[in-house]
Design a protein around this ligand. Structure first.
Ligand SMILES: Cc1cc2nc3c(=O)[nH]c(=O)nc-3n(C[C@H](O)[C@H](O)[C@H](O)COP(=O)(O)OP(=O)(O)OC[C@H]3O[C@@H](n4cnc5c(N)ncnc54)[C@H](O)[C@@H]3O)c2cc1C
Length: 379
């Protein structure tokens, strides 16, 4: 593992920092008074990224991207997170669907979909999970039945991040009875008749994800990504990008903020310092593990299952930090008065999705055991 940046990486970081200084409004959250303002800020950010060419940071040149290596992608993720940029709307298209379309899409799909992502004209969401199919993702029941030149889709999805702002989704559907070989992926226009999107309100008051209902939705056959029955392979390929090392670096920035606020609220108590020290060491180890996974990716070109190991470690370390922070603050944890106390409470809520999204910790443990450690398995 080589932790040194090249001259080119360093220059990239400096230029990016300057660009972020000029383009990120630090007060955008408080300035966005209404939901519509919030969406406008996000769209404006996406258009700024596109105009500067940064929407292409994740992609190779042959598909209109910048051809950046994993290190520069990690620098981008980390510095944009540090700047407080409203990264959100375009991420799913850029980081997840884009690589899937490059690998499995037809030339027509690539020509239509990829430029629209790069220019921030189309926003995508990922429609995999269902009420009865989260960890057991291959158990999806939403069906797509071929009828003439269309698939007719029926069923419901849940926890779809940003569906209410998205134009299209990549939808995991059942096209046959076999658990894995009966799955396919459709690229669906969310304005089609028969689709209903209902945002879900979270404990924080945010509405980050939605339920999506499909009733006799006619999706053109040409919207199939890859071959019919290839859905499980495609879904897993895209999930590896979701868990991949480069995305960890923006999360680590949020964990660092939580840690710093915890240190400031703890005062001089030596017992608290020892507990925070242990949590801080785990956070530092998470960063080193992310570098290790990144190094593998630099050598191999694509994210591997090692991303599951890094995700498992950073998410459980963050959870441990949150428990330490609330134990130190005691009863006051849930009635914060200062900015730091509010940051500690926010971290308490923010850390939890990390142990669930893109596969829960138990599922990541299974992947580490089976695919990395090659332990014997009954399945
Ligand atoms: C912030 C966030 C964003 C998300 N965004 C999206 C999105 O954009 N699109 C999308 O499709 N989904 C999204 N999800 C859904 C996410 O993928 C699922 O929540 C996740 O896969 C877990 O599924 P579940 O919620 O149905 O829990 P369940 O599968 O019901 O699991 C419940 C508990 O049982 C445990 N468990 C289940 N099976 C096993 C097993 N075999 N062995 C051991 N333990 C097991 C789990 O670890 C978990 O603790 C998002 C989730 C979060 C938190």
């Amino acid at each position: 593992m080589d932790l040194h940046l090249t001259e080119e990486d360093r220059t990239f970081g400096l230029e990016l920092r300057r660009w972020l200084d000029d383009n990120v409004r630090p007060d955008w959250r408080s300035a966005a008074k209404t939901h519509a303002d919030y969406v406008d800020v996000q769209r404006d950010w996406e258009h700024r990224l596109a105009a500067a060419g940064f929407t292409g940071i994740w992609w190779p040149r042959e598909f209109g991207g910048m051809g950046a290596g994993p290190t520069q992608k990690a620098i981008f993720a980390e510095l944009t997170a540090r700047s407080g940029a409203p990264e959100g709307l375009g991420r799913t298209g850029r980081r997840l669907l884009g690589p899937g379309v490059m690998k499995y899409g037809t030339h027509e799909q690539q020509a239509e979909i990829l430029p629209a992502i790069l220019t921030a004209r189309t926003f995508w969401c990922q429609d995999y999970s269902e009420p009865e199919a989260g960890s057991d993702l291959a158990g999806v029941r939403t069906t797509a039945v071929l009828d003439g030149d269309d698939y007719v889709v029926n069923g419901s999805k849940t926890w779809t991040s940003n569906a209410q702002f998205a134009d299209r989704c990549f939808l995991l559907v059942r096209t046959g009875p076999d658990k894995h070989a009966g799955l396919s992926v459709l690229l669906v226009d969310l304005s089609l008749p028969g689709i209903e999107i209902r945002p879900i309100e979270q404990i924080t008051g945010d509405r980050g994800f939605c339920e999506v209902f499909y009733s006799d939705v006619r999706v053109p056959r040409a919207s199939l990504l890859g071959a019919e029955g290839q859905g499980w392979e495609i879904a897993k390929y895209i999930l590896r990008y979701e868990r991949g090392a480069v995305h960890v670096f923006d999360t680590l920035v949020r964990i660092d903020r939580h840690l710093a606020a915890t240190i400031r609220t703890a005062g001089d108590d030596p017992a608290a310092a020892a507990r925070i020290g242990r949590s801080g060491a785990q956070v530092a180890a998470s960063r080193l593990m992310a570098y290790r996974v990144l190094t593998e990716q630099i050598k191999g070109g694509e994210p591997t299952d090692a991303g599951s190991m890094a995700k498992l470690y950073w998410s459980s370390s963050w959870l441990g930090l949150a428990e330490t922070a609330t134990a130190i603050a005691g009863e006051g944890s849930f009635a914060p008065e200062t900015d730091d106390e509010r940051a500690v409470l926010r971290g308490f809520f923010e850390c939890r999705p990390g142990t669930i999204a893109s596969g829960s910790s138990e599922i990541q443990r299974g992947i580490v055991a089976k695919r990395l450690l090659r332990l014997p398995s009954r399945t």
